[in-house]
Design a protein around this ligand. Structure first.
Ligand SMILES: Nc1nc2c(ncn2[C@@H]2O[C@H](COP(=O)(O)OP(=O)(O)O)[C@@H](O)[C@H]2O)c(=O)[nH]1
Ligand SMILES: [Mg+2]
Length: 294
Protein backbone atom coordinates (compact mmCIF):
# COMPACT_ATOMS: atom_id res chain seq x y z
CA UNK A 1 0.00 0.00 0.00
CA UNK A 2 1.29 3.41 -0.92
CA UNK A 3 1.13 6.51 1.24
CA UNK A 4 -2.31 8.08 1.68
CA UNK A 5 -3.00 11.72 2.37
CA UNK A 6 -5.66 14.35 1.95
CA UNK A 7 -7.81 17.13 3.31
CA UNK A 8 -10.82 16.13 5.37
CA UNK A 9 -13.31 18.91 6.08
CA UNK A 10 -15.11 18.52 9.39
CA UNK A 11 -18.44 20.27 8.94
CA UNK A 12 -21.69 20.61 10.84
CA UNK A 13 -23.81 23.07 12.74
CA UNK A 14 -22.36 24.97 15.72
CA UNK A 15 -21.83 23.04 18.97
CA UNK A 16 -22.16 19.56 17.50
CA UNK A 17 -18.59 18.66 18.54
CA UNK A 18 -16.41 19.35 15.48
CA UNK A 19 -13.44 20.86 17.30
CA UNK A 20 -13.61 18.24 20.04
CA UNK A 21 -13.52 15.48 17.42
CA UNK A 22 -10.59 17.07 15.57
CA UNK A 23 -8.56 17.34 18.79
CA UNK A 24 -9.32 13.71 19.63
CA UNK A 25 -8.45 12.53 16.13
CA UNK A 26 -5.03 14.18 16.13
CA UNK A 27 -4.46 13.39 19.81
CA UNK A 28 -3.60 16.95 20.75
CA UNK A 29 -5.44 20.06 21.80
CA UNK A 30 -5.30 22.49 18.93
CA UNK A 31 -8.84 23.58 18.20
CA UNK A 32 -10.72 25.45 20.88
CA UNK A 33 -13.98 24.10 22.25
CA UNK A 34 -16.72 25.17 24.63
CA UNK A 35 -20.37 24.51 25.25
CA UNK A 36 -21.17 27.75 23.43
CA UNK A 37 -22.09 27.77 19.77
CA UNK A 38 -19.71 29.80 17.59
CA UNK A 39 -16.60 29.17 19.64
CA UNK A 40 -14.66 28.40 16.46
CA UNK A 41 -14.41 31.50 14.28
CA UNK A 42 -11.52 30.64 12.00
CA UNK A 43 -10.63 27.71 9.81
CA UNK A 44 -7.71 25.70 11.13
CA UNK A 45 -5.93 22.70 9.67
CA UNK A 46 -4.96 20.00 12.16
CA UNK A 47 -2.45 17.50 10.82
CA UNK A 48 -1.94 13.89 11.85
CA UNK A 49 1.05 12.25 10.19
CA UNK A 50 1.72 8.54 10.66
CA UNK A 51 3.95 6.05 8.87
CA UNK A 52 1.42 5.27 6.13
CA UNK A 53 -0.87 8.29 6.06
CA UNK A 54 -1.30 11.99 6.64
CA UNK A 55 -4.77 13.24 7.53
CA UNK A 56 -5.30 16.99 7.35
CA UNK A 57 -8.49 17.84 9.22
CA UNK A 58 -10.03 21.17 8.33
CA UNK A 59 -11.92 22.43 11.38
CA UNK A 60 -14.46 25.06 10.52
CA UNK A 61 -16.84 27.44 12.24
CA UNK A 62 -20.28 25.85 12.06
CA UNK A 63 -22.65 27.23 9.47
CA UNK A 64 -25.19 29.12 11.48
CA UNK A 65 -28.25 31.22 10.99
CA UNK A 66 -27.69 34.43 12.90
CA UNK A 67 -27.70 38.18 12.58
CA UNK A 68 -26.06 40.09 9.75
CA UNK A 69 -23.01 41.40 11.56
CA UNK A 70 -19.79 41.28 9.54
CA UNK A 71 -18.32 38.73 11.98
CA UNK A 72 -21.20 36.33 11.27
CA UNK A 73 -20.86 36.58 7.54
CA UNK A 74 -17.09 36.03 7.95
CA UNK A 75 -17.75 32.81 9.90
CA UNK A 76 -20.31 31.50 7.44
CA UNK A 77 -17.94 32.17 4.56
CA UNK A 78 -15.11 30.38 6.34
CA UNK A 79 -17.47 27.46 6.94
CA UNK A 80 -18.93 27.09 3.47
CA UNK A 81 -15.64 27.66 1.61
CA UNK A 82 -14.27 24.56 3.33
CA UNK A 83 -16.52 22.35 1.19
CA UNK A 84 -14.36 23.17 -1.81
CA UNK A 85 -10.85 21.82 -2.32
CA UNK A 86 -11.02 18.94 0.13
CA UNK A 87 -10.82 15.21 -0.57
CA UNK A 88 -13.62 14.12 1.70
CA UNK A 89 -16.07 15.36 4.29
CA UNK A 90 -16.89 14.34 7.82
CA UNK A 91 -20.33 15.71 8.54
CA UNK A 92 -21.15 15.81 12.20
CA UNK A 93 -24.72 15.66 13.45
CA UNK A 94 -25.93 15.06 16.98
CA UNK A 95 -27.92 12.02 18.07
CA UNK A 96 -31.65 12.82 18.40
CA UNK A 97 -31.11 16.46 17.62
CA UNK A 98 -31.82 17.59 14.06
CA UNK A 99 -32.27 21.36 13.66
CA UNK A 100 -32.81 23.97 10.96
CA UNK A 101 -29.07 24.58 11.01
CA UNK A 102 -28.39 20.90 10.22
CA UNK A 103 -30.75 21.30 7.26
CA UNK A 104 -28.66 24.25 6.09
CA UNK A 105 -25.50 22.12 6.21
CA UNK A 106 -27.33 19.38 4.28
CA UNK A 107 -27.87 21.85 1.42
CA UNK A 108 -24.10 22.35 1.15
CA UNK A 109 -23.19 18.68 1.56
CA UNK A 110 -25.70 17.69 -1.12
CA UNK A 111 -23.85 19.79 -3.70
CA UNK A 112 -20.45 18.11 -3.40
CA UNK A 113 -19.15 15.12 -5.26
CA UNK A 114 -16.66 13.63 -2.78
CA UNK A 115 -16.98 10.91 -0.12
CA UNK A 116 -19.03 11.90 2.91
CA UNK A 117 -18.97 10.17 6.29
CA UNK A 118 -21.83 11.18 8.55
CA UNK A 119 -20.73 10.96 12.17
CA UNK A 120 -23.59 10.91 14.63
CA UNK A 121 -21.95 12.39 17.71
CA UNK A 122 -22.67 12.37 21.46
CA UNK A 123 -24.14 8.87 21.61
CA UNK A 124 -22.89 8.73 25.22
CA UNK A 125 -25.81 11.06 25.98
CA UNK A 126 -28.38 9.07 24.05
CA UNK A 127 -29.52 6.58 26.70
CA UNK A 128 -31.89 4.27 24.86
CA UNK A 129 -30.09 2.26 22.20
CA UNK A 130 -33.28 1.13 20.47
CA UNK A 131 -34.07 4.65 19.28
CA UNK A 132 -30.72 5.08 17.54
CA UNK A 133 -31.63 3.00 14.49
CA UNK A 134 -34.75 5.03 13.59
CA UNK A 135 -32.66 8.21 13.88
CA UNK A 136 -30.04 6.77 11.51
CA UNK A 137 -32.81 5.78 9.09
CA UNK A 138 -34.19 9.32 9.21
CA UNK A 139 -30.72 10.59 8.24
CA UNK A 140 -30.48 8.00 5.49
CA UNK A 141 -33.68 9.34 3.95
CA UNK A 142 -32.24 12.85 3.88
CA UNK A 143 -28.84 11.98 2.44
CA UNK A 144 -27.02 8.97 1.00
CA UNK A 145 -23.65 9.10 2.74
CA UNK A 146 -20.75 6.71 2.04
CA UNK A 147 -20.78 5.80 5.73
CA UNK A 148 -22.90 6.58 8.75
CA UNK A 149 -20.98 6.20 11.98
CA UNK A 150 -22.48 6.79 15.44
CA UNK A 151 -19.84 7.76 17.99
CA UNK A 152 -18.80 9.75 20.99
CA UNK A 153 -15.93 12.10 20.21
CA UNK A 154 -14.46 11.37 23.65
CA UNK A 155 -14.29 7.60 23.13
CA UNK A 156 -10.82 6.48 21.98
CA UNK A 157 -12.05 3.24 20.44
CA UNK A 158 -14.58 5.20 18.37
CA UNK A 159 -12.01 7.66 17.03
CA UNK A 160 -9.73 4.75 16.20
CA UNK A 161 -12.49 3.09 14.16
CA UNK A 162 -13.23 6.39 12.48
CA UNK A 163 -9.60 6.68 11.36
CA UNK A 164 -9.88 3.28 9.64
CA UNK A 165 -13.08 4.42 7.92
CA UNK A 166 -11.32 7.56 6.68
CA UNK A 167 -8.50 5.44 5.22
CA UNK A 168 -11.06 3.69 3.00
CA UNK A 169 -11.53 6.98 1.15
CA UNK A 170 -8.28 8.93 1.58
CA UNK A 171 -6.43 9.30 -1.76
CA UNK A 172 -3.12 7.59 -2.42
CA UNK A 173 -0.62 10.41 -2.68
CA UNK A 174 2.45 11.92 -1.04
CA UNK A 175 2.16 13.88 2.19
CA UNK A 176 0.93 17.48 1.84
CA UNK A 177 2.81 18.90 4.83
CA UNK A 178 6.23 18.06 6.31
CA UNK A 179 5.83 15.47 9.04
CA UNK A 180 6.71 17.88 11.86
CA UNK A 181 3.73 20.15 11.13
CA UNK A 182 0.68 19.78 13.37
CA UNK A 183 -1.13 22.82 12.00
CA UNK A 184 -1.00 25.34 9.17
CA UNK A 185 -1.44 28.13 11.70
CA UNK A 186 1.28 30.00 13.60
CA UNK A 187 1.94 29.40 17.29
CA UNK A 188 0.80 32.96 17.87
CA UNK A 189 -2.54 32.23 16.29
CA UNK A 190 -3.09 29.08 18.33
CA UNK A 191 -2.16 30.93 21.53
CA UNK A 192 -4.60 33.77 20.83
CA UNK A 193 -7.32 31.18 20.24
CA UNK A 194 -6.55 29.43 23.54
CA UNK A 195 -7.04 32.74 25.37
CA UNK A 196 -10.34 33.27 23.56
CA UNK A 197 -11.39 29.78 24.62
CA UNK A 198 -10.85 30.67 28.28
CA UNK A 199 -12.85 33.86 27.81
CA UNK A 200 -15.67 31.83 26.25
CA UNK A 201 -15.59 29.34 29.08
CA UNK A 202 -15.34 31.77 32.00
CA UNK A 203 -17.66 34.57 30.97
CA UNK A 204 -21.41 34.28 31.06
CA UNK A 205 -24.16 35.41 28.75
CA UNK A 206 -23.69 37.06 25.39
CA UNK A 207 -20.40 38.72 26.31
CA UNK A 208 -17.98 36.29 24.66
CA UNK A 209 -19.35 37.04 21.22
CA UNK A 210 -18.14 40.60 21.53
CA UNK A 211 -14.59 39.65 22.38
CA UNK A 212 -11.44 39.08 20.40
CA UNK A 213 -7.76 38.66 21.24
CA UNK A 214 -4.61 40.06 19.69
CA UNK A 215 -1.08 38.91 20.61
CA UNK A 216 1.22 41.88 21.10
CA UNK A 217 4.37 40.15 22.30
CA UNK A 218 5.55 36.60 21.74
CA UNK A 219 9.18 36.10 22.71
CA UNK A 220 11.30 33.17 23.73
CA UNK A 221 13.46 34.24 26.65
CA UNK A 222 15.85 31.38 27.44
CA UNK A 223 13.53 28.45 28.09
CA UNK A 224 10.52 30.63 28.81
CA UNK A 225 7.98 32.33 26.57
CA UNK A 226 6.99 35.91 27.37
CA UNK A 227 3.59 36.57 25.89
CA UNK A 228 1.42 39.69 26.07
CA UNK A 229 -2.09 39.78 24.68
CA UNK A 230 -4.76 42.41 24.34
CA UNK A 231 -8.41 41.49 24.76
CA UNK A 232 -10.77 43.68 22.74
CA UNK A 233 -14.30 44.27 23.94
CA UNK A 234 -17.08 46.40 22.52
CA UNK A 235 -18.05 48.53 25.52
CA UNK A 236 -16.60 49.90 28.78
CA UNK A 237 -19.19 47.89 30.74
CA UNK A 238 -17.83 44.70 29.16
CA UNK A 239 -14.29 45.66 30.10
CA UNK A 240 -15.37 45.82 33.73
CA UNK A 241 -16.88 42.33 33.49
CA UNK A 242 -13.77 40.81 31.90
CA UNK A 243 -11.56 42.31 34.59
CA UNK A 244 -13.98 41.33 37.34
CA UNK A 245 -14.13 42.21 41.01
CA UNK A 246 -10.61 43.15 42.15
CA UNK A 247 -9.32 41.75 38.86
CA UNK A 248 -10.25 38.20 39.79
CA UNK A 249 -11.90 37.25 36.49
CA UNK A 250 -8.93 38.38 34.41
CA UNK A 251 -6.60 36.58 36.79
CA UNK A 252 -8.55 33.32 36.39
CA UNK A 253 -8.63 33.67 32.59
CA UNK A 254 -4.88 34.31 32.64
CA UNK A 255 -4.18 31.25 34.78
CA UNK A 256 -6.38 28.94 32.68
CA UNK A 257 -4.80 30.28 29.50
CA UNK A 258 -1.26 29.87 30.77
CA UNK A 259 -1.80 26.21 31.65
CA UNK A 260 -3.16 25.38 28.18
CA UNK A 261 -0.47 27.44 26.41
CA UNK A 262 2.29 25.75 28.43
CA UNK A 263 0.92 22.36 27.36
CA UNK A 264 0.97 23.42 23.74
CA UNK A 265 4.41 25.11 23.72
CA UNK A 266 5.89 22.54 26.11
CA UNK A 267 7.60 25.35 28.01
CA UNK A 268 7.05 27.76 30.86
CA UNK A 269 5.01 30.81 29.96
CA UNK A 270 4.82 34.29 31.43
CA UNK A 271 1.50 35.73 30.26
CA UNK A 272 0.26 39.31 30.49
CA UNK A 273 -3.32 40.21 29.55
CA UNK A 274 -4.76 43.67 28.90
CA UNK A 275 -8.35 44.62 28.19
CA UNK A 276 -9.18 47.35 25.72
CA UNK A 277 -12.45 48.80 24.44
CA UNK A 278 -12.75 48.94 20.67
CA UNK A 279 -16.29 49.89 19.86
CA UNK A 280 -18.09 48.09 17.07
CA UNK A 281 -15.18 45.80 16.15
CA UNK A 282 -17.44 42.84 15.37
CA UNK A 283 -19.40 44.80 12.80
CA UNK A 284 -16.53 46.76 11.30
CA UNK A 285 -14.89 45.08 8.31
CA UNK A 286 -11.67 47.07 8.66
CA UNK A 287 -11.36 46.30 12.35
CA UNK A 288 -12.03 42.64 11.55
CA UNK A 289 -9.28 42.56 8.94
CA UNK A 290 -6.78 44.12 11.33
CA UNK A 291 -7.64 41.44 13.89
CA UNK A 292 -7.02 38.63 11.42
CA UNK A 293 -10.55 38.00 10.20
CA UNK A 294 -9.87 38.19 6.47
N1 LIG B 1 -21.56 14.40 25.84
C1 LIG B 1 -20.78 14.70 24.81
N2 LIG B 1 -20.42 15.99 24.63
C2 LIG B 1 -19.62 16.29 23.57
C3 LIG B 1 -19.16 15.27 22.67
N3 LIG B 1 -18.40 15.89 21.73
C4 LIG B 1 -18.38 17.21 22.03
N4 LIG B 1 -19.10 17.46 23.15
C5 LIG B 1 -19.33 18.77 23.81
O1 LIG B 1 -20.07 19.61 22.95
C6 LIG B 1 -19.70 20.99 23.13
C7 LIG B 1 -19.35 21.61 21.80
O2 LIG B 1 -18.16 21.04 21.32
P1 LIG B 1 -17.25 21.77 20.22
O3 LIG B 1 -16.21 20.79 19.83
O4 LIG B 1 -16.79 23.13 20.68
O5 LIG B 1 -18.34 21.95 19.06
P2 LIG B 1 -18.18 22.67 17.62
O6 LIG B 1 -18.87 24.00 17.76
O7 LIG B 1 -18.93 21.80 16.66
O8 LIG B 1 -16.73 22.77 17.31
C8 LIG B 1 -18.54 20.98 24.13
O9 LIG B 1 -19.05 21.32 25.39
C9 LIG B 1 -18.04 19.55 24.07
O10 LIG B 1 -17.43 19.15 25.26
C10 LIG B 1 -19.57 13.90 22.90
O11 LIG B 1 -19.24 12.95 22.19
N5 LIG B 1 -20.38 13.69 23.99
MG1 LIG C 1 -15.55 24.40 16.88
Amino acid sequence: MNFQSGFIAVVGRPNVGKSTLVNELIGQKLSITSHRPQTTRHRINAIDTQQNYQMVFVDTPGIHIGNNKAINSYMNKAASSSFADVDMIIWLVEIFKWTKEDARVLEHVSKVDIPVIICVNKIDKSGSVDKILPYLEMLGEKFQANEVFPLSAFDRSHTKQLRSLILKYLPEQDPIYDDDYITDRSQKFVVSEFIREKLMRNLSNELPYDITVEIEKFELDGKMYRIAARIFVDKASQKRIVIGHKGEMLKKIGQDSRITIEGFLEAKVFLELWVKVRQGWSDDKRALASLGYD
